[in-house]
Ligand binder design. Structure first.
Ligand SMILES: *[C@@H]1O[C@H](CO)[C@@H](O)[C@H](O)[C@H]1NC(C)=O
Length: 294
């Protein structure tokens, strides 16, 4: 009978092992953060701090790729640069990761998800990203094109030269849509507004995510229209057409409608937050982000 007696030390060890196993089950997936234009990892310190404080033990990686002035490089180039970093992280974290992308970074992430087959991204969170394009003079624009006016910017942007500047890759002038479709080599492709032979493959790849969380709001001040953060955009009269009435949604050109019908598009609209404050606002984190970082 002695053989069946469990010593207190052994019992303790067994309990510890059960607790550790339970901890593993509830371990948070690593979070990869992609910065916006004119930003680098430092600008995302507050955001990674929120995650580390609220979800202790989470591995948070802010990618240090195409930082600051390099963030105006053509977006396809940046997608390539970020993919290299992301592939290495995916290999090291085969159980899945979450992707949290700010502003222009959201477009880089959107393109990465469509053009990286077999990615293991579970949550895609786009924090105030011009996902349906940008049409507005902003401080950011003025840093790239000092004397720009939004009415004539299409002349620069929809040219070979213009397309070498990131902002032009998502510049969408609703009054010059045929030129946008013809000469913009980024956004019309990733949103499937311009048909191409990889559309099906890109759609499948994008739909590997479990959920997409869209965050933005009316007081952003940079993303124009602000609804672009939720895939809404201007029509020819500069009236905003919301996501579900967009052609790319209704024709499900890149998987948006399918994702929505699956119940996996989460919309989070918050007022009173300026563009450069989204990543530093604890209320935004707690309301729109925290619960998805599982
Ligand atoms: C971090 O948050 C603080 C407090 O809101 C703010 O003053 C600071 O500018 C933020 N840092 C960055 C890099 O945005």
């Amino acid at each position: 009978m002695d053989a069946l007696r469990v010593s207190p030390a052994l019992l303790m060890m067994m309990m510890l092992m059960v607790m550790m196993a339970a901890r593993c089950v509830h371990a948070y997936k690593p979070v990869v953060i992609v910065h916006g234009i004119f930003d680098g990892p430092k600008e995302l310190d507050n955001l990674s701090g929120f995650i580390e404080t609220m979800h202790p033990g989470t591995k948070v990686m802010v990618l240090s790729v195409d930082n600051y002035l390099e963030s105006v490089r053509p977006l396809w180039q940046q997608v390539k640069d970020f993919r290299e970093a992301l592939l290495a992280i995916m290999t090291q974290n085969p159980d899945g990761i979450h992707l949290l992308c700010f502003s222009q970074g959201g477009l880089i992430c959107r393109a990465l998800l469509s053009t990286t087959p077999f990615h293991n991204v579970e949550m895609f969170i786009a924090l105030s990203s011009p996902l349906a394009g940008q049409f507005g003079d902003t401080d950011y624009m003025k840093q790239v094109f000092p004397d720009s006016f939004k009415e004539i910017l299409y002349l620069i942007c929809y040219s070979k030269f213009g397309q070498k500047v990131s902002v032009c890759d998502y510049w969408k002038d609703p009054h010059h849509m045929s030129r946008y479709l013809k000469s913009n080599s980024f956004l019309p492709l990733i949103n499937g507004e311009k048909p191409h032979r990889l559309m099906e493959a890109w759609r499948d790849s994008f739909l590997r995510i479990k959920k997409m969380v869209l965050i933005g709001g009316p007081d952003d001040g940079v993303i124009t229209p602000w609804q672009s953060s939720h895939f809404g955009f201007y029509d020819q009269n500069e009236d905003v057409v919301e996501m579900r009435n967009q052609e790319f949604y209704q024709r499900d050109t890149f998987g948006l409608k399918m994702l929505d019908e699956r119940g996996d598009v989460v919309e989070c609209v918050i007022s009173g937050v300026k563009h450069t404050e989204w990543h530093s606002n604890l209320m935004v984190f707690q309301t729109c982000i925290e619960k998805w970082l599982t």
